[in-house]
Write a protein that binds this ligand. Structure first.
Ligand code: SAM
Length: 313
């Protein structure tokens, strides 16, 4: 059963409120014990190619190894999920926030191909963007053990040597850090000179993951911070615009209001089923509209995406 969760904008799973279950001391102890160098097990090369062709190739390879009914069932479920993800149906069915999450995912699809070599996903959460990256090796760092990251550590004190990575990704993390500059300084230290780094930050998202939600960014604030910490900006991309901002707030407020009215009368699952057609249909229609009209008003945005490079000293 897919779970609708209005407060899961950037996280892609249900662990959004598991913040951070470890004290800094515990994180440091685990880091010092297990992860003192960057050579943690890597995922190996990530397949390139079109979404459909990669699914087809995987299907053909897996079908030859299926011999029992449970295997077949597992296979069909996995394939259905992969297909749903490749068409973003998972976003439509799991969250009221289809619009901002689709816009964010599309930006990562677009820029992920420029993040090469050995990549570090900073504050990786449940690594929801891993499959959209073209890097050869993927490492994720995150302090919530519940999200099962490759490396458990604080992003403001990374357990890696200088210039260990060719590129980095840092999506929807800077707003959760009281001192974002410390994380930027660490990214600058662990990425090689000239290496590409892709950031996304929210500008209009409501407060989430309380109390670990400290900032919202304008384009200028983000540019200032990145340049101050030794990054050269390559591209700045506005994510969404006036219609997508209003639509995503409208849909999530409407769904939450209906959900509150139904509280006590039906189970949570029935509520989700009842709201699903409303949120999915509303999201699709308004998403279509936002594609046409978002450019009309240039001052609003769901957030910002920036591709930059570590400056060569
Ligand atoms: C909004 S989530 C984004 C997750 C992921 N980047 C994505 O876009 O799906 C922010 C993540 O940053 C992690 N985080 C926040 N502060 C951190 C810190 N100081 N060290 C490590 N991880 C941190 C949180 O645990 C959370 O998983």
């Amino acid at each position: 059963m897919f779970k609708l969760h209005p407060r899961s904008v950037a996280d892609g799973d249900d662990h959004m409120n598991v913040y951070p279950e470890l004290s800094i001391e515990e994180v440091r102890r685990i880091r010092d014990r297990d992860h003192v160098h960057p050579e943690v097990p890597a995922s190996g090369p990530i397949a390139r190619g079109g979404r459909l062709s990669s699914i087809r190739d995987r299907l053909a390879a897996q079908l030859t190894s299926i011999t029992t009914w449970p295997q077949l069932r597992t296979h069909v479920v996995a394939q259905t999920k992969a297909l749903a993800r490749s068409w973003d149906l998972d976003l439509l069915l799991r969250t009221y926030l289809f619009i901002p999450r689709k816009i964010l995912r599309d930006a990562i699809r677009e820029f992920g191909s420029q993040l090469e070599g050995k990549l570090l996903d900073v504050g990786c959460g449940s690594q929801q963007y891993r499959e959209f990256l073209a890097c050869k090796q993927y490492f994720g760092i995150e302090w919530s053990l519940a999200k099962r990251p490759p490396v458990v550590a604080d992003v403001t004190q990374m357990p890696f040597r200088d210039s260990s990575f060719d590129s980095a990704l840092c999506t929807e993390v800077l707003e959760h850090l009281p001192e974002p500059g410390r994380c930027l300084a660490e990214i600058h230290r662990v990425v090689k000179p000239g290496g590409s780094v892709f950031f996304t930050v929210p500008m209009t998202m409501y407060t989430h993951s309380e109390p670990y939600d400290f900032y919202r960014y304008t384009e200028y604030g983000l540019r200032y911070l990145l340049e101050k910490h030794g990054f050269e900006i390559v591209v700045v991309r506005r994510l969404g615009g006036v219609v997508s901002v209003m639509a995503s707030h409208g849909i999530s407020l409407a769904c939450e209001a209906i959900s509150e009215r139904l509280d006590g009368r039906t189970t949570e699952q029935v509520q989700h089923l009842m709201l699903l057609p409303l949120s999915a249909a509303g999201s699709l229609v308004l998403y279509g509209l936002s594609r046409v009209l978002d450019g009309v008003e240039q001052r609003d945005a769901i957030g910002w995406a920036v591709l930059c490079r570590r400056k060569r000293e």
